[in-house]
Design a protein around this ligand. Structure first.
Ligand code: RUB
Length: 327
């Protein structure tokens, strides 16, 4: 009988409840959950250790469905775990392989955010006004790196209803000393004419270069396109979705309506329908470039990244480790 460690259940719960949020952070915690599973498993043989890991992956893949960083981190660990098992590694060696692999993913992920900061900062110029949406560690890394380099610019942050992640960004940037303005989402178009750039993060990038990010991102991109303002996406390569190359669609999470309107108010309007999608899709023709840790690419080159990064992943593993909507 496989078991799920208490800390793994807590990570899964915190991802579902958005105490752990942001695509990169979710991916690192998923890898951490697998490390915790391997470290604490009471398995007596390698196949039992793998069974414990599979139970953990099933739980994690049911937390939030949109960010591909979650299955990609799980695939990174599990594909190496399965290869180790096929090579007949003994229990101790397999356990070590899984722990080392999970920790490597976490380290690489943190390093990638720093590299995106360095690369993206080169595109920020003195005097720039830049709009951002939601709270992305990758986008924030660009702003803080450019600021540390002595560049002077200001950032307009959309508050990002209904969960107000823009307030987190506004706090991070203003605390870092960057001149920051907080605006309501519906002011994005009005202010866009005064911007030089917009920079956002990503949860998933599809094979055709479309970017899935926090709801409202596509409106910011549309406004940027209409105002001839450059629109950049900051994303680690594990935000690219290999399954979209196989025809899979990205599942857009729809969250509880109480995030939009209280249950009391809603029940007072029995015929009202409330919709609360958490993400939207920005088409590639509204995106000027994508800043990854491996360099800057056009959205049309997304397919190349997918082939480079995931070309050796087995199709059965790609299809097996996919997010599932919550029950
Ligand atoms: C967060 C969000 C962020 C991306 C990228 O949504 O849309 O822009 O996840 O973030 P939520 P990062 O708050 O619903 O998780 O660059 O930190 O990975």
């Amino acid at each position: 009988m496989s078991t799920i460690h208490r800390k793994v259940s807590e990570i899964a719960r915190d991802i579902a409840e958005m105490k752990i949020r942001g695509a990169g952070n979710i991916a690192r915690h998923a890898a951490q959950a697998l490390v915790t599973t391997a470290r604490n498993s009471k398995a007596k043989k390698p196949s039992d250790l793998l069974a414990d890991l599979e139970s953990a992956t099933k739980l994690l893949l049911r937390t939030r469905p949109t960010a591909v960083s979650l299955p990609n981190s799980i695939r990174y660990v599990m594909s190496r775990a399965h290869t180790g098992h096929e090579q007949h590694l003994k229990l101790k060696a397999l356990r070590k392989l899984i722990i080392d692999t999970g920790n490597t993913f976490i380290q690489n992920s943190a390093q990638a955010v720093g590299q995106i900061g360095e690369i993206g900062a080169r595109r920020i110029e003195d005097g720039d006004s830049i709009m951002t949406h939601c709270n992305s560690a990758a986008a924030t890394a660009i702003f803080t790196t450019a600021f540390k380099q002595g560049k002077s610019f200001n950032v307009f942050v959309c508050e990002t209803r209904p969960r107000y992640q823009g307030r987190i960004t506004a706090q991070e940037l203003s605390q870092a000393g960057i001149p920051t303005s907080l605006i309501v989402d519906s002011a994005a178009h009005s202010f866009m004419t005064k911007m030089d750039k917009a920079i956002v993060g990503a949860d998933t990038i599809a094979a055709n270069g479309a970017v899935v990010n926090k709801i409202g991102t596509s409106m910011v991109a549309l406004a940027a396109h209409e105002s001839r303002v450059l629109f950049f996406v900051a994303a680690e390569t594990y935000k690219f979705s290999p399954e979209t190359m196989l025809g899979q669609l990205v599942h857009i999470e729809e969250r509880d309506t109480s995030e939009v309107i209280s249950n009391k108010e809603r029940t007072a309007m029995p015929h009202l329908i409330v919709r609360n999608p958490a993400f939207d899709i920005t088409p590639p023709h509204h995106i000027d470039l994508i800043i990854t840790e491996k360099g800057i690419i056009s959205p049309q080159a997304a397919i190349t990244i997918i082939q480079q990064e995931f070309g050796s992943t087995r199709t059965d593993e790609l299809m097996k480790y996919q997010t599932k909507p919550r029950d």
